[in-house]
Write a protein that binds this ligand. Sequence first.
Ligand SMILES: *Cc1c(COP(=O)(O)O)cnc(C)c1O
Length: 362
Amino acid sequence: MTAEPGAILTVDPAAVVANWRLLAARAAPGAVAAVVKADAYGLGAAALAPALAAAGCRQFFVATPDEALALRPLLPGAFLAVLGGVWPGAEADFIAADIVPVLNELGEVDRWRAAARAAGRALPALLHVDTGMSRLGLDAAELAVLAADPGRLVGIDLRYVMTHLLAAECPDDPANAEQGARFAAACAVLPPVPRSFANSSGLFLGAAFASDLARPGAALWGINPTPGQANPMRQVARLQARVLAVRGVPSGATVGYNATFTAARATRIATVAIGYADGWRRALSNTGAAGFDGARVPLVGRVSMDLTTFDVTDQPGVRPGVWLDLIGPGQDVDAVAAAAGTNGYEILTGLGPRIARRYGSL
Ligand SMILES: *Cc1c(COP(=O)(O)O)cnc(C)c1O
């Protein structure tokens, strides 16, 4: 028998598909991949990547070889690329499973070319050029070396040249245009292959950024790609946690570790089965909230490892066994992130394994 979970994350694959279609319409005639790294940002790649493939998405990106190997059987025939590249020793796995590396430095180009020679056939790859992130991708010196010696790409079936935006969610940041110019300059000295540029927010910067293949992740999962403006994406996830206990405390009573909340009136406290071990962040202590029946109930006291307390004095319907909405109607993932002092990416990817995942309408 399976015990009932303390918290449930419901994800709607149809809403994810709707978001992908919206982005695909924006990017046309360019194509739109799905970035499903980190288990589709915590929402479940095994369920969501096949739903996107069924809707017509043909290109997928993950971060690590293991993520790609796990998804390969679920995405037959799809272009499946690893952003982190082909680590030394992983070449055979990539070739056997038809996984495409993003080549992030010159030594990796050389290793992939050697693997192609050994395999006796051309091997597909993307080439990443760094235009400002200083993280992965060929730097200016490596690019110059490669441009002067195109033989280093022999045997590599170069599908795309790509780069990554560092501040796409800030449309006024001059870095966007600077990266666009650097990317164009880099592409001019490389073989004329399709380009991959925009992430989610980049798709909202203008046609030049969409390129031949956009790589959105966050927007597929409902995170606002245009912070400060209305969210054009649909919400795809709802996080609910079970009320374990409700108690009345008198005015003056304190709640939780270190007594950071003192009741200013006779107060009903609901204790809920989620905590920072589940990714419901401790930074939400005394600032977060939940929803019940459309009303907001404030989070009071410290978030602890497995439990969180809410002031439900004004919600008499809250009793043991009911569920509070932590992400969902009334409080989207961006609102939770703002209260926690982080971004929606970190909230979603932090949701832990004790939270049951269910798929269906919200
Ligand atoms: C994570 C990632 C993306 C997706 O970015 P979002 O902001 O989630 O759309 C695209 N490209 C690269 C290289 C990434 O690392």
